[in-house]
Design a protein around this ligand. Structure first.
Ligand code: GKR
Ligand code: MG
Length: 445
């Protein structure tokens, strides 16, 4: 008996709408892009995966097609091995990761082949009639996965002149969260409103505020506000100096659960060394998606005991890799989590599967989904209920593509002037001549 064979691999670039979200790297554009991988096999099954957008990732996936098509699904590990042997690092990829949140480097940290791994696991799960999480690590650990409400500062989209690409408006939506997420949110009181709307809609009890936007003191004022019955952390993406981060954290014990990438490289020391010093000085638990984005970086992070929580995004680490990380962290008494960028609901389903298979202590998973909710590419988008993402129970990834929606998202992608993420572009409407500086919050110029 032969296992089914992969008969075709399609790569479909797609785009969706976003808010004017602020981070250290600038401001999200009106649209974000992703790449979808769709595999078909000889048993008539469809396997899907989603990964970051942009031509670099798209072209990388297209180049991998000949290594995937024609292979039996039982050889999925071998397919990945062949891909790894065939890939040469790009000449501009200095393996530095995203220690300074230089968004132009993100495409090198993201490994496009993990979208293929996802789609192959989807096919394998359907063949074996088990959910994907049963095929990972030690198998399924839970049926729902705690998520955190990812709060952002949002700028006023009215500042973009008519005629230029416009941000989506949802002021006539019946849903209070959908209305709010497209409006300006720049004060502590508005951040609290945001948290309340998110809690009301999704039932989340854990929040993260994306910092690196205003002065550190102002951002700390926001998280000191009332987060009813909730826990909060802050992630300035390494914008603060060590001295500043220590001063800002002084009165925050009992308010902040952990700090995510509070400081970055400075004075000849790497972020890993600086974060270790931050931990020594404050006794705060520290999380990262910036200083450990591959196993070599993780070795140095772990050697220095620079972090307690590794946000092992499966788009960086792979599905097998992310779950392997959870096993390692568990045996060392550390905590696993997941980081995200803007994504569609296929990634949401993938996070559900990885979160379900992760062993040990799992921090509430990061997701941008709340900013995209409603733009579904699936017939059966996994739901977040009571702050917990429900793990699909059907075999494989456990979800079905809505091809009509995918075609619409592909049309939007094709209408965009550029396919790469550029957070400096929209900043020019807010601060003319704005330039990225990894040590300056984006609205502090
Ligand atoms: O998508 O704007 C964003 C995020 O700020 C992203 O760039 C970060 O990588 O979410 C991320 C984080 O937690 O650092
Ligand atoms: Mg982060």
């Amino acid at each position: 008996m032969q296992t089914p064979v992969i008969t075709s691999m399609q790569v479909i670039p797609v785009a969706g709408y976003d808010s004017m979200l602020m981070t250290l790297s600038g401001c999200h554009a009106p649209c974000f892009t992703r790449n979808l991988v769709i595999l078909k096999d000889s048993a008539g099954h469809t396997g899907i995966g989603e990964i970051h957008g942009g031509d670099y990732t798209h072209d990388g996936l297209m180049a991998m097609r000949p290594l995937v098509e024609g292979m039996p699904i039982s050889k999925s590990r071998e397919v990945l091995q062949l891909i790894h042997k065939a890939i040469d690092p790009h000449a501009d990829d200095a393996s530095e990761g995203i220690q300074t949140l230089d968004i132009s480097k993100l495409k090198y940290v993201v490994r496009s082949e993990w979208a293929i791994e996802c789609a192959m696991l989807d096919l394998l799960g359907q063949y074996l009639e088990v959910p994907m999480c049963q095929l990972l690590g030690e198998g399924q650990q839970r049926s729902e996965v705690e998520m955190l409400g990812y709060l952002f500062y949002v700028s006023d989209k009215g500042k973009v002149p008519a005629g230029d690409m416009q941000y989506i408006d949802e002021s006539d939506s019946p849903d209070p969260w959908f209305r709010l997420r497209r409006q300006e949110i720049l004060t502590p009181a508005r951040i609290v409103e945001e948290a309340e709307a998110v809690a009301e809609k999704y039932g989340m009890k854990n929040f993260k505020l994306k910092g690196g936007v205003l002065r550190g003191e102002e951002e700390m004022e926001a998280v000191k506000k009332r987060f009813p019955d909730a826990r909060v952390n802050i992630d300035p993406n390494g914008a603060w100096s060590l001295k500043e981060a220590i001063a800002l954290s002084r009165d925050m014990h009992g308010i902040i659960t952990y700090m995510e990438d509070p400081c970055g490289p400075e004075a000849g020391f790497s972020s890993r060394e600086i974060m270790r010093e931050f931990k020594n000085a404050t006794q705060f638990q520290v999380a990262t998606n910036m200083i450990a984005t591959d196993w070599r970086q993780f070795y140095h992070t772990a050697s220095l005991n620079a972090c307690d929580i590794i946000l092992a995004d499966p788009h960086f680490w792979g599905f097998d890799g992310a779950v392997r990380m959870s096993q390692l962290l568990d045996s060392w008494g550390l905590t696993f989590g997941i980081h995200s960028n803007n994504h569609f609901d296929i990634t949401l389903a993938a996070f559900a599967q990885v979160g379900a298979a992760a062993v040990g202590r799992v921090a509430p998973l990061d997701t941008h989904w709340i900013w995209q909710d409603g733009q579904n590419l699936l017939e059966d988008t996994p739901q977040i209920i009571g702050g917990k993402l429900q793990v699909p129970t059907k075999p494989g990834l456990g979800v079905t593509l809505n091809m009509k929606r995918v075609e619409e998202a592909n049309r939007l992608y094709n209408s965009l002037p550029s396919h790469d993420r550029n957070d400096a572009m929209a900043m020019q409407y807010l601060i003319p001549g704005w330039k990225y500086d990894h040590k300056k919050p984006c609205l502090v110029r």
